[in-house]
Design a protein around this ligand. Structure first.
Ligand code: DQA
Length: 147
């Protein structure tokens, strides 16, 4: 599969940002691990992070044009209020798994709602960086069910 691993605002600050919640690994550490996992399974991976809503929308649309097979997406804070990102995920014909490092349902009440999740095939939350590789596994199963 051709995969896109997409990360939203402040995730470029992993390793620095609230390590008690998000861990000490940097985004580069996490991406290296994902790359290794994807290589072992014969998937190709592209990585992209942005702090801007419009740039994330553009990248989602590009994934459609590039005929990406699946997206692992941590929309970060946009999860909770970005209808533009919800609409972009809905607009593209690319199965998308929403991933969160932290257990969003066990945190502040504003984090319990995801406006992006209804546009996704599923959501993984609370397993740290493992969530991204679990997301790849979920996409494999999703594709298997379709073929
Ligand atoms: C997050 C959870 C969001 O609530 C938060 O705004 C983030 C990170 C996570 O990965 O746990 O930036 O998406």
């Amino acid at each position: 599969m051709k995969l896109l691993i997409l990360n939203g605002p402040n995730l470029n600050f992993l390793g620095i940002r609230e390590p008690d919640i998000y861990g000490t690994q940097t985004l580069a550490d996490i991406e290296n691990h994902i790359q290794q996992y994807a290589d072992e399974r014969g998937h190709s991976c592209e990585f992209f992070q942005s702090n801007s809503e419009g740039t994330l929308v553009d990248r989602l649309q590009q994934a459609h044009l590039d005929k990406v097979d699946g997206i692992i997406f941590n929309p970060a804070a946009y999860t909770h209020y970005s209808y533009a990102i919800h609409d972009a995920v809905k607009a593209i014909a690319v199965p998308t798994v929403e991933v969160h490092l932290s257990a969003i349902h066990a945190r502040e009440s504003f984090r319990k709602e995801s406006v992006v999740a209804p546009a996704c095939i599923g959501q993984i939350s609370g397993f740290g960086a493992t969530g991204y590789t679990l997301g790849i596994h979920a996409l494999e199963e999703h594709q298997r069910r379709l073929t």
